[in-house]
Every structure is written in C-alpha cells, then in structure tokens.
Design a protein around this ligand. Structure first.
Ligand code: ADP
Length: 404
C-alpha cells in the first residue's frame, strides 16, 4: 500500500491543532484540536471527514488532559477509532509546524536527534513557541519513531531575504553574538498564498511580484518577487511590523527604555504589554476585528482610532513594498481579517490609485471561501483575496520531502 497521508501537528503552549490529509487529492480526512492542556477544562474536539466515522460528525472529549503526551495519545486514539490511527500503513509522515528555524533551517527538514537538539537550541529566540513545538515532536517520535517526522519552519520562506534587508543597523559583532536579525514568520502562509495568487492570475510564479498581507490575530506583510521572498514585516520575533490584534508592531525601541526608566516596568512586563496588551486591544479594548469594526460603525471613537491606526500601517507597508518590488502584479489579502473584513480591505487600498490600485467594491463585498480578484478591470495592479491554508502547505512540503 502506498503511504499518501500526512498528519500535521501544530503544537502550542497549551494546545495542539491537527489535521490528517491525503496527498493524492489534498483532501482532509480528519481535523481537530486539543485545548487547555494542563489547565482546568481541557477538551479535545475531533472531526472525522472521511470513512464511516464522518457520518457521526464532531466528537468531543472532556476531562483532564495533563500534558502534550496525553493530548497526542488521545488524538491517536480518536484517529484509530476512525480506522486512521498512527499505526496505519497509509501514513507517510508527520509534519510539525515549528515557529523558529533561526539561520540553520531554511527548508523543511526530516527530524533526527541532531535536528531536534538544534530546534531546542533555538528556544531563546522563540521562548513562547519553540518549546511546545519541541514537545510535540518528542511525543510524536515516541508514538511512531519509525515514521519520518518533518519540521516545517515559519521562518524558512523568509530566509531568502537579502542580507541588507535581514540585518538591523546595529553593531555587527553584537548582532552576530546574539543572532539578532530579521527572520520573519507566517512563512508557510506567505509561501502558499503567493503561489495561489500567481495561479489566480494565470501566471507562472516566477513571473509575478506580489505583496501578501496575512492579517490574522498576528499579522504580517511580505514582498515576494518571482516566488522568492525579498522582504517581510516581522523581525527577530513576531512583534515587528503591522498593528495586530494584541501586538504593537513597529515602535521606537526607546519606548522600552522609557517604560523601564520612567515607568519602572520590568522586561517581562514590557514584553507582555507589547505582545499581549497592545495593537487593537491596547488602542480600543477589543482585539477581534469583528467587534472593532462593529463599534467603529456605531461611532465609538476608540474603535475608530484603532481601525484607522491599523489601516494606516497597512497602507505604509503597501507603499513601502511597492517601492521595494518596483513592479507589483498583485496585492493579496489573507487570514481571518484579510479574508473576511471587506471594510478593512477597502480602507487599506483607498487612495492608492497612484500606485495602480483600485477596488471593485461589489466584488470586494462578496463573501466566498474561494480565491478571487476584487480589483477593477482597469486597475494596473490586481487586488485579490486568497484564503490561506497553512496545514495543506505543511503537508505538501513534508510529503514532497519524504517522497523525493
Ligand atoms: P490566527 O492568527 O489566530 O490564526 P485567524 O487568521 O483565524 O487568526 O484570524 C483571526 C481573526 O480574524 C480574528 O481575531 C478576527 O479579528 C478576524 N475575523 C474573523 N472573521 C472575521 C470577520 N467576519 N470580519 C472581520 N474580522 C474577522
């Protein structure tokens, strides 16, 4: 039997998201989520999408799930109940989302002891993310050590950024000593969406220059020339760049010194302030764009300000990346906000006619899960909405590696 399935695992600090895909047709066989691992009220929601189990719909398990090992064992049991367990001969690989690959990992990599040790050594660069990714890998290896486990890195797609783009203008020796440079994140999404945008335009990926705006709870922009990333808005960590749900994005680094010296805040307090209590949440008290736009439409001043700041930053990046690319074929919106918030897309593009951007407002208002163009026929630069699919991209990259 040919092994054509890939299990994709995205392990967070207290959650595991998973999908089982069949790579013959990129179909989903099962999807699920374990949340509140090690906390009160942990639960697993499993949805088989193929086989006899699919008729029964979603299944939910509640009760204590103490750690990632227990969580993955429960996931394996649910999959086994649908005849798609980890021991199934159809399984070709497990694809693990790993947030930080540093400068060492620029492509998907089959995990052995040495690779795992190197991913562990990158924990200081991504203290919130890499530890959970490592735990997920360790547990999956315990469950199916003989199966190829592939790490797919959020940073990898951005490793092609030229050195003068990736470097901060700080003392070179200090930067080298502490691995300080711009790495970029959301790479699997930027890779998938830039390719899908080329397909939507009916062109080869090598022939198009695109600006991708990944606007989820975290948000980042990238400039992709002929399929190669040349610039992205996130940096050493996901804090840099756009205004996000709870992150500030760009700010004068001296804000941090000021908060420490004048405000007496500790480094951890400032870290938490800028990552968890800033962005839309900091400006208006809500981080969900649905709520922010609803309040803004109802005339709420703080929500209007937050929305205006969010959109202003987007415009700045569209302008900057137009300058970086020289010629832009498409500006592409993706992720929760980018795919759903027509008002944000309209505001971000409005007034940019000089850059060749013009929206077809009717097309922009249509809701659809399909990739689609929302620019006018006469616009020089296409504007598109392309739903992202990070799990499919991870599975595709992992499968290509183990079958090559
Ligand atoms: P994550 O970064 O967590 O993967 P998503 O890409 O799923 O996030 O995006 C989540 C965000 O998308 C939510 O916080 C919400 O602000 C936004 N969102 C989802 N649906 C809508 C909608 N219909 N209108 C506006 N914003 C939306």
């Amino acid at each position: 039997m040919t092994a054509t399935r890939v299990l994709v695992l995205n392990s967070g600090s207290s959650s595991v998201k998973y999908q089982l895909l069949d790579m013959t047709d990129s179909s989903r066989l099962a999807v699920g989520l374990v949340e509140r691992i090690g906390e009160e009220g942990s639960r697993l929601v499993h949805e088989p999408l193929a086989g006899p189990g699919a008729r029964g719909g979603k299944r939910e398990r509640t009760g204590a799930i103490a750690d990632h090992a227990q969580a993955l064992r429960a996931v394996a049991e649910e999959l086994a109940a649908d005849g798609m367990g980890l021991d199934s001969p159809e399984l070709a690989a497990v694809g693990h989302r790993v947030v930080h690959g540093g400068t060492r990992f620029t492509a998907p990599t089959v995990i052995d002891d040495e690779v795992l040790a190197e991913i562990r050594s990158l924990i200081p660069l991504a203290p919130l993310h890499n530890p959970a990714n490592v735990t997920g890998i360790e547990v999956a290896r315990e469950l199916r050590g003989d199966l190829p486990q592939v790490a797919v890195f959020d940073t990898a797609f951005h490793s092609t950024m030229p050195e003068h783009v990736a470097r901060y203008a700080i003392d070179a020796a200090t930067a080298e000593k502490y691995s300080i440079r711009r790495y970029g994140f959301h790479g699997t999404s930027h890779a998938y969406v830039s390719r899908a945008a080329a397909a939507l335009l009916g062109k080869a990926v090598e022939d198009v220059n695109v600006i991708v705006l990944h606007l989820g709870n975290g948000a980042s922009a990238s400039a992709v020339r002929g399929g190669v990333c040349v610039e992205t808005s996130m940096g050493l960590t996901p804090l840099e760049g756009l205004v996000m749900g709870t992150r500030s994005g760009d700010l004068d680094p001296a804000v941090i010194f000021h908060l420490a010296r004048v405000g007496g805040l500790s480094v951890d307090e400032i870290d938490s302030l800028l990552n968890k209590k800033s962005g839309l949440l900091g400006l208006c008290g809500d981080n969900d764009m649905r709520e922010v736009t609803r309040r803004a439409e109802a005339g709420d001043d703080a929500a209007r300000l937050a929305l205006a700041a969010y959109v202003h930053r987007l415009k700045k990046y569209i302008g900057a990346y137009t300058a970086v690319l020289g010629r832009v074929d498409a500006v592409v919106f993706t992720a929760g906000v980018g795919e759903n918030a027509a008002a944000v897309r309209e505001a971000a593009v409005s007034g940019l006619e000089e850059l060749g951007l013009a929206l077809d407002l009717e097309a922009n208002a249509v809701r659809s899960p399909e990739p689609r163009l929302i620019s006018t026929d006469y616009a020089r630069v296409a504007v598109a909405v392309v739903p992202t699919d990070e799990e499919l991209e991870i599975a595709t990259q992992a499968y290509a590696l183990v079958t090559s």
